[in-house]
Design a binder for this molecule. Structure first.
Ligand SMILES: [Zn+2]
Length: 251
């Protein structure tokens, strides 16, 4: 086996490092003070210098890491969006190119033939069981209300689309508003189907036949509005309170 001897002298250059002088360190032999091109000094073992294990004070690695992360970030920008971002990347321009909106009814019709069954001029989408009208386009399903909003304003709604008259497939733009969830839920017009005792919003017999209690929730609290002898009376009190307390109320 051939043995190799390395000679190291002041002034020798190894990549970015120039040797200055031998380091006088107890128990650590063979190390040299070096000056890096960037101006920093470091102490390096001669073996690392000769084999190229150390090429700089560390600035080379830092620069390469910064360059790599910039390259990765640039590559990510070029990737197509995924998930919700991809859903939202469906633009008003693309929408207007594919569909034409009848303002007076809130109904979209296709501008172009979509398939053997779906032809230009056909009403787009179908009414879902929850009452909303849905349209599938570019492999995503959207509510028609959201698409009407996008079509008219050129931007996706910031919050949720609320139907002012509570008819979930009445997607005329004049019937839509972009509201936060609380406001949307305040725009309830009829009682839940499980409110069997009266069927009126805000009224309950609370298990006592012949008595009608009005109650309203606002700002996270429940308020009693009194006991009445008819359901209609209690409901009217509730509606009056609702108009004052719920900014989303359209009753
Ligand atoms: Zn350096």
């Amino acid at each position: 086996m051939k043995s190799v001897t390395y000679t190291t002298n002041p002034g020798d250059r190894f990549n970015r490092l120039v040797v200055i002088e031998k380091a006088d360190l107890p128990r650590l032999k063979g190390r040299w003070h070096c000056l890096c091109d960037c101006g920093a000094r470091s102490i390096v073992h001669y073996w690392q210098l000769h084999t190229g294990g150390t090429k700089s004070c560390g600035c080379l690695t830092r620069e390469r890491a910064a360059r790599d992360s910039q390259r990765r970030a640039a590559a990510e920008l070029l990737l197509p969006p995924t998930g919700e971002a991809r859903r939202r990347s469906f633009s008003a321009e693309r929408l207007r190119a594919l569909l034409v909106l009848d303002d007076s009814t809130g109904i979209f019709r296709w501008r172009v033939d979509r398939s053997i069954k779906t032809r230009a001029g056909d009403v787009a989408g179908t009414r879902a069981r929850n009452g909303r009208h849905l349209i599938k386009v570019d492999s995503f399903v959207y509510t028609r209300a959201n698409l009407v909003w996008l079509y008219v304003t050129g931007a996706w709604p910031k919050h949720e689309i609320d139907h002012i008259n509570s008819v979930r497939d009445d997607d005329r733009f004049s019937n839509l508003r972009d509201v936060d969830r609380t406001t949307n839920q305040q725009n309830m017009r009829s009682a839940f189907r499980n409110n069997k005792s009266t069927g009126l919003l805000g009224v309950s017999t609370e298990g006592r036949p012949g008595k009608f209690f009005a109650r309203i929730r606002a700002n996270g609290k429940s308020f009693r509005l009194g006991c009445y002898s008819t359901a209609e009376e209690a409901h009217q009190v509730y509606v009056d309170a609702k108009r004052r307390l719920h900014k989303g109320c359209t009753l």
